[in-house]
Design a protein around this ligand. Structure first.
Ligand code: GLY
Ligand code: MN
Ligand code: MN
Length: 459
């Protein structure tokens, strides 16, 4: 992976380390994590380095720790053993890796204790690595979403840095976005030849893998769009089905894309499918049109909620006054999630830190029905990257819930809703960079217009 380490990246990383050093006087130790083994130690699950480590180290080293202090990086890791070379191929020496990383010094892991005193860290997801973190630091570590003391100060500094993407990050995010667009076009083109969801998924992941990237999260390719994060691929594709496809590529250095399109398997929308698609698209477009520095992301969410409510009233699915329906969160019966989230080195960037990144200081997540899944509640700033992903879903667990049916009895025309039963779920999701004058949609090369999507299905 060190072949991705370009002079531009070296400059970007130096800048990131210096900015952290300027913000935080406390030294920092960040672990990359280990590949979990299956039934024997060399049979690894795929390795993914911790994103906080990657942000400063740049490359996904395994079983490595970086010490950051006053803008300098010190690398701790073992040199590869002859057995590593036998099973996994030869790798550069620690000294060579340290050179590439611009490290001030490098040591074996046993030396970590020399610098552990008073160091701040972020607990990683991997349990074995977390044990090492506690041993080295000589103190218990809780969950990353409930940090205290120096660790909380570190998390706050990381949030301040990583909320706004630097040029290196934007370039990598754009590359992930470009490959994702190609993958979606391949999925669209494959649909008329495919018999199952799995075949469309395979065509899309082939593009991602052939581009030397990986899926940034488990691909969603489903005729059951009402299952928000469906992870099965066995359903057959039938002419009246919509296929909801939420697939994103991850750049080799970790940066993610996150894109959803929904298309008709037959190559033609039914009237009911097209009508709902236009409502979701109107919400998508209205949200993107409003993005600029200073606007509250919560207001972008409410723009989607309003556009969807208006659209469903116009179609006769919801009944009543739009403002009152929104106040009662009636839209959330069909649009039960937030309008999007931060995007970066993770698809839901920094959500390991709970709402520390997503919510501005002093703001707490609401438990209101329409707001509970709002993952980002901050004013937008130039350089932030977010997703915009409105949707419409008929989720049985929501619509058949007796409490909901009582509470919203006067809001829904059930008879009219039955005309739309061939719409299980539609989501349209793009990746957006906030710019000084508005925004740039990193994934704009992938069509969203209903007729353009049909053209892509034919190609
Ligand atoms: N792909 C997961 C999400 O859209 O949040
Ligand atoms: Mn998303
Ligand atoms: Mn997504």
């Amino acid at each position: 992976m060190t072949h991705h380490y370009t002079p531009e990246l070296a400059t970007t990383l130096k800048q990131r380390r210096q900015t952290l050093g300027d913000r935080l006087t406390t030294p920092v130790l960040l672990w990359s994590g280990s590949a979990p083994a299956r039934n024997f130690p060399a049979n690894h699950h795929p390795f993914r380095a911790s994103s906080h480590f990657l942000y400063f180290a740049g490359v996904p080293l395994q079983d490595a720790v970086i010490y950051l202090h006053q803008g300098q990086l010190t690398l701790f890791m073992e040199d590869a053993t002859p057995a590593d070379a036998l099973w996994h191929g030869s790798s550069p020496t620690r000294s060579a890796i340290a050179d590439r990383l611009g490290a001030a010094a490098h040591y074996p892991l046993a030396e970590l204790r020399q610098v552990a005193q008073g160091a701040a860290t972020i607990p990683v997801q991997n349990a074995a690595t977390r044990q090492q973190q506690m041993q080295v630091l000589g103190r218990p570590l809780g969950e990353a979403n409930a940090l205290q003391g120096q660790d909380l100060a570190l998390a706050e500094a990381l949030v301040a840095l990583k909320l706004v993407q630097d040029d290196g990050a934007i370039a990598a995010l754009q590359k992930a976005a470009n490959v994702t667009v190609k993958a979606h076009l391949a999925g669209m083109a494959q649909t008329r030849h495919a018999k199952t969801e799995a075949e469309v998924r395979a065509a899309m992941e082939m593009v991602i893998m052939a581009s030397q990237m990986e899926p940034a999260y488990q691909s969603i390719v489903t005729t059951h769009g009402e299952v928000l994060h469906s992870q099965t691929y066995h359903h057959s594709l039938n002419p009246g089905d919509l296929l909801l496809v939420d697939v994103g590529a991850e750049h080799p250095l970790g940066w993610a894309a996150d894109v959803t399109r929904t298309w008709p398997v037959s190559g033609q929308w039914s009237d009911s499918q097209r009508a709902i698609y236009e409502v979701v698209l109107a919400a998508h477009d209205a949200c993107i049109a409003r993005i600029q520095p200073g606007i509250e992301y919560r207001d972008i969410h409410l723009t989607a909620a309003k556009t969807i409510t208006e659209g469903l009233v116009a179609l006769g699915i919801l009944k009543g006054d739009v403002a009152t329906l929104m106040e009662r969160s009636a839209h959330a019966l069909f649009f039960p999630h937030g309008i999007g989230h931060l995007l970066g080195l993770d698809v839901h960037d920094m959500e390991d830190l709970g709402d520390l990144a997503g919510y501005a200081p002093g703001r707490k997540r609401s438990h209101d029905y329409g707001m509970q899944y709002l993952r980002l509640n901050r004013p937008l700033q130039t350089g932030m990257t977010v997703t915009i992903e409105p949707g419409f879903y008929q989720v049985p667990a929501i619509l058949e819930n007796s409490k909901n049916r009582d509470t919203f009895a006067d809001c829904i025309n059930w008879e009219r809703l039955a005309d739309f039963k061939d719409v299980r779920g539609i989501r349209i999701e793009d990746d957006v960079l906030v710019t000084e004058t508005g925004c740039r949609v990193l994934t704009s090369a992938l069509p969203t217009q209903a007729d353009e999507v049909l053209q892509c299905l034919k190609s």
